[in-house]
Write a protein that binds this ligand. Structure first.
Ligand code: 3EB
Length: 357
């Protein structure tokens, strides 16, 4: 696919009655995923593979949609996370950057080796900005980042802070500021040199939700780094079909301080509590109640130490019940004292089991 074809597709799209800005995220086993890849007509925006092993790689699946391979090691079974929108997407790629878009939403990402994380983050985030602006997707909803050596120190500064600086520089001249920043996750890459990134954006504004018990990350004081992290606690996307509430990576932080140092049980409880607070803030600020039956919840828990799995899982089961969809993956967390981080997406009004695949 060529760069010239980039704009064309969006204008041409015949919408019919399928227009939707929903981006639904659905998890399937790698076996199910392989079967889906063989049905070439499936309307998938993209997929992220967690736990691609030798046999998965040997199968050399070549889906037409963007496929990102997470560097992270799942501790509770491999899976593919599908990003689905009901309208058939178009696909595009250039170098490491891969994209899929329809008339309402876009999914994209890259996986590349990095030297300077600050420079790469700035250059790549600028590329994302430019592409979204060319394609006319002004609203950025959600971004995921797997950063090499996230807690390592380079030239006297932590790699995560280098990343925050590069990202902030790339966003500095954009319309993405404060509450129009995306919900995000930034964790350590399992590989010492790979920067894995993927995102969703769209044509329709999303609505930010901040947690009143936490200082907004974009307002963190400078003690955490020269540039405050460019993300919101959650973003809500609503459409005639339903809604998705994308909740950022959430940790054991109150105000702007890390709490329960060295206490994995306490950190997990506070991370879950902060997610529940975001649901309360969503209800208070936007009137949308996400703690009611019929809302589908999908969580991902990042563990600094895989040996904490049993402890963290028992707290999560206790707090959330065992019926919810929770995936556990090993990853370093952006502040070196944090042992666990939890992200979630809540979907209302769309039955994931009804979606084509
Ligand atoms: C925090 O609340 C924990 O820099 O994009 C969580 C999610 C965190 C996203 C990011 C950082 C990021 O500050 C760290």
């Amino acid at each position: 696919m060529q760069q010239e074809g980039l704009k064309q597709g969006v204008e041409e799209q015949h919408l019919g009655d399928k227009t939707t800005h929903d981006v639904i995220s659905k998890r399937v086993s790698l076996q199910q995923y392989a079967a889906i890849c063989r049905q070439s007509e499936a309307g998938i925006l993209g997929a992220v593979i967690y736990g691609a092993d030798q046999s998965f790689l040997a199968a050399k699946l070549t889906p037409i949609w963007p496929q990102i391979t997470s560097s992270l090691v799942p501790l509770s079974g491999a899976y593919a996370e599908l990003f689905i929108s009901r309208e058939q997407p178009r696909y595009w790629h250039s170098g490491e950057m891969i994209l899929a878009y329809n008339s309402q939403v876009v999914f994209g990402g890259f996986d590349l080796a990095v030297g300077s994380l600050a420079m790469q983050a700035e250059a790549r985030y600028l590329q994302v900005r430019r592409l979204l602006s060319e394609l006319n997707f002004p609203f950025i909803y959600r971004m995921w980042n797997e950063l090499p050596d996230i807690n390592g120190i380079k030239q006297g500064t932590e790699q995560y802070q280098h990343f925050c600086s590069g990202r902030a520089e790339a966003f500095a001249t954009s319309a993405w500021q404060g509450t129009t920043l995306p919900a995000a996750t930034a964790v350590g890459s399992h590989h010492s040199d790979r920067f894995v990134h993927y995102f969703i954006a769209g044509r329709t504004p999303c609505q930010a939700v901040e947690n009143r018990q936490q200082v907004s990350a974009f307002d963190y004081p400078p003690q955490y780094g020269r540039h405050a992290p460019s993300f919101t606690r959650a973003q809500l996307i609503e459409s005639p079909f339903g809604a998705q509430l994308w909740v950022s990576g959430t940790a054991s932080i109150e105000g702007h301080q890390s709490l329960h140092l060295g206490d994995v049980n306490g950190q997990t409880r506070l991370a879950v509590k902060n997610i529940k607070r975001i649901l309360m803030c969503t209800k208070q600020a936007l009137g949308c109640d996400y703690q009611v039956p019929g809302v589908q919840a999908q969580y991902r828990v990042y563990l600094r130490d895989p040996d904490d799995l049993a402890c963290i899982q028992s707290v999560v089961d206790d707090e959330l019940g065992t019926a919810v969809d929770v995936s556990y993956v090993a990853a370093d967390i952006c502040r070196s004292e944090l042992l666990v981080e939890i992200e979630a997406v809540f979907s209302r009004g769309c039955d994931l089991n009804e979606v084509v695949v």
